[in-house]
Design a protein. Sequence first.
Length: 344
Amino acid sequence: MKDLNQSVPISMVYPILKTLVHKGFDSESFFKDIDLDPSIMENPDARLPVTELERIMQRAADYANDLYFGLHQGVRLDFADLSLPGYVMMHSKTIGDALSAYQRYNDILYSGFQLEWEVSGPDVIIQLSVQNEELPMSRHCVEDMTVSVLHLINKLANRQAVVRAVQFRHEAPDGAGDLSVYVNFFGVTPEFGTAQTLLRLSKEVLTLPVLYSDARMLKVFEKMAEETQADLYASQPFSSKVSRWITESLPSFFPTLQHTAAHLGVSIRTLQSRLREEGTTFNEISVQVRKEMAQRYLQRGNYAFGDIAYALHFSEQSAFQNAFKKWTGQTPGQYRANLAKAQP
């Protein structure tokens, strides 16, 4: 199954270049070093494969000889770098509204990166993850995303959010020595090798007003974002539309082939034919959606197996456990236990 959007707007390269320039490097020399045509930056509608963005970031870190390039890049992010979702966030009423806007329009940026948040006691836990485990993000990219989320929250609220904890799934970089660099960015020492990447903040941050809030401009940018999102969906492979429909339907119901054909306005035969042209089937897509959703639920660590089975519309817990083992070679319990082993 393909992600809805495996490309990113060219604006996502801007923070990389700003970080290099801030460190005293010449952007033109960098473009030549990585064999990238700088004229691509002149087209505001251009998009890059996410794998190319990863390559550029890694090369930039090597070029600058910066072990913490992702951290330094995260604080260079501006709302304009996030394209339309950034402007919607900037004009939202509260921080909670801004985070919801990011979730709503993230597909314009890159649907493979997921931001989810939930209130837990006095805190809000912001979880950062990738949709497809087969396309993992590099350490620099994950650290950039984590710092940038905190940076944008602080900028929106015009104050420093209270950080309770930071966790990264990846290990601390080799040669990092002490972790004071991370403390400088987050105010706390992160945990590495944990089950998930997250920020734990005081939940009060969700109700803080956004400094740049403007109801009129919010409507303008929301309309533009919705139109852009619709154009993006229309240009996506048919299989991506099918997978999106199944994902959006769960846990309310598990759509059948007939449901899906009706929703997309095609006959069952046409649906099967178009998927076959893309080298897949409805069954393969539905299995992949269930597998990825199950992995995300298990990664969060707070859902019972029976609840996951119910959410994914398995007839009983044992059916879910058997299916998961067939998909991954592990039972749900083994999968979660292996995640827990990574925790310090």
